[in-house]
Design a protein around this ligand. Structure first.
Ligand SMILES: [Zn+2]
Length: 62
């Protein structure tokens, strides 16, 4: 997790852990909603909504 200051274009999204077929699911680090990822997944996990918002935030608008 890096917090670079200034504009930084990420050419492609960060690799995501594989989605879990069944629970228990890890909780989103931002909104604490259950994610699609297993609880055993290491690192930052985001729910689909926060994932989308992060993608919008880091997307290069041209
Ligand atoms: Zn979330």
């Amino acid at each position: 997790m890096t917090t670079e200051s200034g504009a930084f274009c990420t050419p492609e999204p960060a690799p995501r852990p594989p989605k879990a077929a069944e629970g228990p699911y890890a909780r989103c680090v931002l909104c604490l909603e259950p994610t699609e990822y297993a609880e055993s997944v290491k690192g930052v996990v985001l729910c689909p909504v926060c994932e989308w918002q992060e993608a919008q935030r880091t997307a290069c608008s041209g």
